[in-house]
Design a protein around this ligand. Structure first.
Ligand SMILES: [Mn+2]
Length: 233
C-alpha cells in the first residue's frame, strides 16, 4: 500500500511518494518504510554490518529516506536476509512510484544539473562501475563484468579476509536480482574495472543509487504523463 501522509509531493506528482512494507516468512521478518523524495536519511538494521553500510550509502546517493529492520536467520547465513531485503526494497519502489506518471523512467547517466556527465558511472579509487535502470514494468538483471568475481571463484583466503569479501559478489547479485524482480525494472550493472572487493561492491551500490534517483525523478515537461507510448508501465 502507498501511504498518503500529507507530506509535500514533488513537482509533477499529486501525492507524496511513500511505501511501507511488512514482509514475514519463516526466514526473515522485515519492516521497511521508504520516502522516495527524501533527503538521504537512513535507519538500517539487517544484522549484517557490511550490508547495512551498502543500504545506508544507497539511501544517501539515491536521496531517499529509508528505514529498514530485518530480523533474519543470519545464523544460517546471510543469503535469506540479503535476498529478502532486495525483495522488500523492490516492492517499496514499485508501490511508491504508483502509476509512474511524470517520472523520467530511465536512469541512464543524465543529470539535468550537469548534462555532460554520466553520473551513473561511479568510481571508487581503482574501480569503475556503471548502472542503468528502466522502471519499465519488466524485470531483467544484466550483471556484466562480474562473473570472474563470482563467489565460486573467490578463494577461502579472500572470503575470510574481511566483511566485504564474506559478503561476496554472488550475494550482491542476489540482492539486485530480487530488486529487479520486485520493482519490475531492467537493471544493468557493469564493472568496467576494479580490484578491491569493498570498492567493487560499494561502487555498484552507489551507481545503482544514482541511476535509481535519476529514473524516479519527476520531469516537469511530462507532468501527469506516463512515459511510454504504450500508455502504461
Ligand atoms: Mn565503504
Amino acid at each position: 500500500m502507498v501511504k498518503k501522509l500529507g507530506k509535500k509531493p514533488p513537482f509533477g506528482t499529486k501525492t507524496a511518494r511513500l511505501a511501507q512494507i511488512k514482509r514475514v516468512t519463516g526466514e526473515t521478518d522485515i519492516d521497511l518504510s521508504l520516502k522516495l523524495d527524501g533527503s538521504g536519511k537512513a535507519l538500517i538494521q539487517t544484522r549484517i554490518p557490511f550490508f547495512d553500510h551498502m543500504l545506508h550509502l544507497f539511501s544517501k546517493h539515491a536521496v531517499v529516506d529509508l528505514e529498514l529492520n530485518c530480523d533474519g536467520d543470519v545464523e544460517v547465513d546471510d543469503h535469506h536476509t540479503v535476498e529478502d531485503c532486495g525483495i522488500a526494497l523492490g516492492q517499496a519502489f514499485l508501490e511508491s512510484l504508483g502509476d509512474k506518471k511524470g517520472i523520467r523512467r530511465y536512469g541512464a547517466g543524465f543529470d539535468p544539473r550537469n548534462p555532460f556527465t554520466g553520473e551513473a558511472y561511479v568510481p571508487m579509487d581503482e574501480c569503475l562501475a556503471r548502472a542503468v535502470v528502466d522502471f519499465s514494468g519488466r524485470p531483467y538483471l544484466v550483471w556484466n563484468g562480474l562473473n570472474k568475481y563470482s563467489h565460486k571463484l573467490v578463494t577461502s583466503e579472500d572470503k575470510n579476509q574481511d566483511m566485504s569479501s564474506r559478503f561476496r559478489f554472488g550475494l550482491a547479485r542476489e540482492f539486485f536480482q530480487a530488486f529487479a524482480n520486485e520493482a519490475k525494472c531492467n537493471l544493468h550493472l557493469e564493472l568496467l574495472y576494479g580490484d578491491e572487493p569493498h570498492h567493487i561492491v560499494e561502487a555498484l551500490f552507489k551507481a545503482f543509487a544514482r541511476a535509481v534517483d535519476q529514473a524516479c525523478m519527476a520531469d516537469p515537461r511530462i507532468q501527469g504523463v506516463i512515459p511510454s507510448t504504450k500508455g502504461r508501465l
